[in-house]
Design a protein around this ligand. Structure first.
Ligand SMILES: Cc1cc2nc3c(=O)[nH]c(=O)nc-3n(C[C@H](O)[C@H](O)[C@H](O)COP(=O)(O)OP(=O)(O)OC[C@H]3O[C@@H](n4cnc5c(N)ncnc54)[C@H](O)[C@@H]3O)c2cc1C
Length: 382
């Protein structure tokens, strides 16, 4: 049976300097009007901002210097990530590449893929999407049916991915693809590929979301050629790759800070003399935030030590996304403002957009039911 153990970690001595560096960078950016914290988050796609993050040395923090990285620890990277999110920085363009795709390529990619792609990610010039979900395979990821067949020097891919965030403006996807027919061993025969979205043979079609925005897409591969050296890891071992990747995807502060700007602005709107109910709710949120941060930094420590805390990450994502989803619900009842839909900087607009985005928080990256199934299995309860 799995034992949950969230050992406390000591943030490195360099943390305070890094924190100040990010705060100065964001203050300069805000002073020149490049973003407004209440309007942006890790899904706000702003390539010029990402390039400036690259110039400021805020991407690829934990990667080796030979690929342009800054060779810092996962915990130092954590500090930068949390500062960017807490500051409401529009980091969405490079987010996926920096959070997970680049790590996969660094750990399991070919030398050519590393040389070609990692330095561009670090410069804030190369963006990734995630090609996991398919029309008949979301929660049940092992059911993917997009297929690749072996040809000389590579593979030919046919099939459809769906809900692919930012595929219309990213350069690459890491996609999970079936390289052997389905068999009794459900998790066998899957492989991760780096897909260049600029190549012929890929069609990207928009899917509009709840608030009418275009973030999702359907991505169709029609006999698309991908070279052997764009395979990530061993052919057929994609399930293990994806599982490891999800530990990075599910455990960071982006899984509990999506409504953080609304929490801050709600506290401002309520003011320094809250009534008992408001004080209770604010106190509860702040206490939960502290606990989540402690669990999430503990996982960063495990990742630093080379562990794969997959079940712990599932727990942080379940509790964290429930937390960020609850914030708009609670303040909607405490603050007498009619939420509006236009994306803007007033409280009503921030509230309105957060209400419309919140259902996605507990779905993207694995639904609550799936996470709770993993946690129960980890605890030996099923
Ligand atoms: C904002 C957002 C961004 C996304 N971006 C991406 C992306 O970039 N790339 C990508 O690949 N995907 C992306 N997704 C897709 C996301 O990963 C899937 O929506 C998610 O995994 C659920 O899959 P599904 O939509 O097929 O739902 P289904 O799997 O059909 O689930 C429907 C419902 O049934 C429940 N359910 C399913 N199986 C079980 C079970 N075994 N036990 C109990 N309950 C179960 C689920 O919890 C859910 O409530 C994104 C989704 C959102 C909302």
């Amino acid at each position: 049976m799995h034992q949950f153990k969230f050992d406390p970690v000591q943030l490195p001595a360099t943390s305070e300097g890094l924190r100040q560096q990010v705060r100065r960078f964001l203050a300069d950016e805000q002073a020149r009007g490049s973003f407004h914290p209440a309007e942006s988050s890790w899904i706000s796609f702003d390539p010029p901002f990402s390039r400036r993050c690259g110039e400021a040395g805020l991407i690829g923090l934990s990667w080796p210097k030979r690929y342009g990285g800054h060779k810092m620890s996962t915990l130092e990277k954590y500090v930068v990530t949390e500062e960017l999110l807490a500051g409401g920085a529009p980091v969405g363009a490079h987010w996926i590449a920096d959070r997970q795709s680049g790590n996969q390529i660094l750990r399991f990619g070919s030398e050519r893929a590393r040389d070609l792609i990692l330095p561009k990610i670090v410069r804030g010039e190369c963006f990734f999407g995630i090609g996991m979900s398919e029309p008949n395979s979301g929660s049940d990821l092992a059911a993917v049916s997009t297929r690749a067949r072996k040809v000389d020097n590579g593979w030919r891919v046919t099939g459809t991915k769906v809900w692919t965030s930012n595929a219309h403006r990213a350069h690459y996807l890491i996609a999970l693809i079936r390289t052997e027919s389905k068999s009794e061993a459900r998790h066998a025969g899957l492989t991760q590929f780096v897909i260049d979205l600029s190549h012929p043979g890929v069609t990207v079609r928009p899917i509009h979301n709840l608030y009418g925005g275009h973030e999702f897409n359907e991505v169709v591969f029609d006999d698309y050629f991908v070279a052997d050296d764009m395979v990530v890891g061993e052919v057929g071992n994609g399930w293990a790759m994806v599982t490891g990747e999800l530990a990075y995807e599910r455990s960071g502060p982006d899984r509990f800070l999506s409504s953080y700007q609304l929490l801050l602005e709600s506290m401002r709107a309520i003011g320094p003399a809250p009534d008992d109910r408001s004080a209770n709710e604010i106190g509860r949120f702040v206490a939960h935030l502290a606990a989540l941060r402690r669990m999430s930094t503990s996982i960063a420590g495990m990742l630093d030590r080379g562990e794969e805390p997959v079940v712990e990450a599932a727990l942080v994502k379940d509790i964290g996304t429930t937390f960020e989803r609850e914030i708009p619900e609670v303040f909607r009842h405490l603050i007498d403002v009619e939420p509006t839909q236009r994306e803007g900087s007033s409280y009503a607009e921030l509230q309105g957009m957060t209400v419309l985005r919140a259902p996605g928080f507990t779905i993207r990256g694995g639904t609550r039911e799936i996470l709770r199934g993993m946690i129960a299995r980890g605890l030996g309860l099923r």
